[in-house]
Design a protein around this ligand. Structure first.
Ligand SMILES: [Zn+2]
Ligand SMILES: [Zn+2]
Length: 328
């Protein structure tokens, strides 16, 4: 679908039923096209992309640049295929994919073992941990990464037909998430940074993951004041009202921080126990799978980390176990 002259939106199916699809975007350059995101590495997604390119009268070889907003498989999965067929250059931020991903764990067992230790240190019940296997992307071999040709920094520009567009480093959802801002057409290609209804997952995935929630909140403020008429996200639908949506997202995380503080106030100290007291929109804690418990723990920890960094929560480690309390 052509959403504006020179800007096309393609809808590609995802194996994940919850999200359903991803939008990728094709923008005209003077010597070809820029493709923003590539879809999942499945035959169905690649066929959909090929068909929609053909319907637009565009050949893979017309694509000269591919920019991936971040390394998640729905956005980055087919980057290798597109690069190969298009002979295009791939643009990404230097922090995506994270180094740990690029250096695959020696074995899947080693990865699972380090994940289990980490979960145990945060109060996850041992008998549940044993039932959590490796993540799906790992089982399906989605760990492959492709070489980035143009390592982007915040504020770098890309030349399009009619003028330059600006890459904005918006860490939080991933460490190297990029948005693309087109000031001339007042468009923000937001990837998973700003979505109309969904709040993107902001999570800690292991030791030394930094403060992704602090980064995310700063990245939201960074885009909030841009002159934007239409936000072109990776999922759901295009929408307007950027400043208002940013306020909603900030408020959502502030509410979650309040819920966490409440759980700590009534005596919960491990992040697992705290996570089990939070309202999750996928159902009650008892109904959630152990995989979802793990995801919830990662999100809870992102909030706890931010609360620690801003002095609202104290953290300590005894015998390898982390606990969180209110500061003395
Ligand atoms: Zn994502
Ligand atoms: Zn996504």
């Amino acid at each position: 679908m052509e959403i504006l002259p020179g800007v096309r939106q393609f809808k590609l199916p995802l194996p994940d039923r919850h999200l359903g699809y991803i939008f990728v975007y094709l923008l005209e350059r003077s010597d070809g096209y820029l493709l923003i995101d590539t879809g999942w590495d499945t035959a169905a997604s690649q066929e959909a992309l090929t068909a929609q390119l053909a319907a637009a009268g565009v050949d893979y070889r017309d694509i000269t640049l591919v920019m991936c907003t971040h390394f998640h498989p729905d956005h980055y999965g087919s980057a290798g295929m597109v690069k190969e067929r298009a002979r295009a250059k791939l643009v990404m931020h230097r922090l995506d994919p994270p180094k740990g991903m690029r250096r695959p764990h020696a074995t899947m067992e080693a990865f699972v073992e380090s994940m289990q230790e980490w979960l145990l240190s945060h109060g996850f019940p041992e008998e549940h941990i044993r039932q959590i296997g490796p993540p799906r992307w790992m089982q399906r071999g989605h760990l492959q990464t492709v070489e980035t040709d143009i390592v982007a920094e915040d504020g770098d520009t890309l030349e399009l037909k009619g003028g330059p567009v600006r890459l904005l480093w918006t860490p939080g959802h991933t460490p190297g998430h990029l948005c693309l801002y087109d000031p001339r057409r007042r468009l923000l290609f937001s990837g998973d940074h700003v979505l109309p209804k969904i709040t993107p997952s902001i999570a800690v995935h292991g030791e030394e993951s930094g403060n992704p929630l602090g980064d995310f909140l700063a990245s939201l403020r960074k885009v909030q004041g841009l002159d934007v008429e239409l936000i072109c996200p990776g999922h759901e639908y295009t929408f307007g009202g950027l400043a208002r949506r940013v306020d909603e997202l900030v408020a959502h995380h502030e509410e979650r921080c309040e819920e966490i503080l409440k759980a700590i106030r009534i005596g919960h100290t491990t992040s697992y126990a705290i996570a089990s007291r939070i309202h999750w929109n996928v159902g009650s804690w008892e109904q959630m799978s152990y995989w979802l418990h793990r995801a919830a723990l990662g999100e809870t920890l992102a909030h706890l980390e931010h609360l620690v960094q801003t002095g609202r929560v104290a953290r300590r480690r005894d015998d390898g176990r982390w606990s969180f309390t209110l500061p003395a």
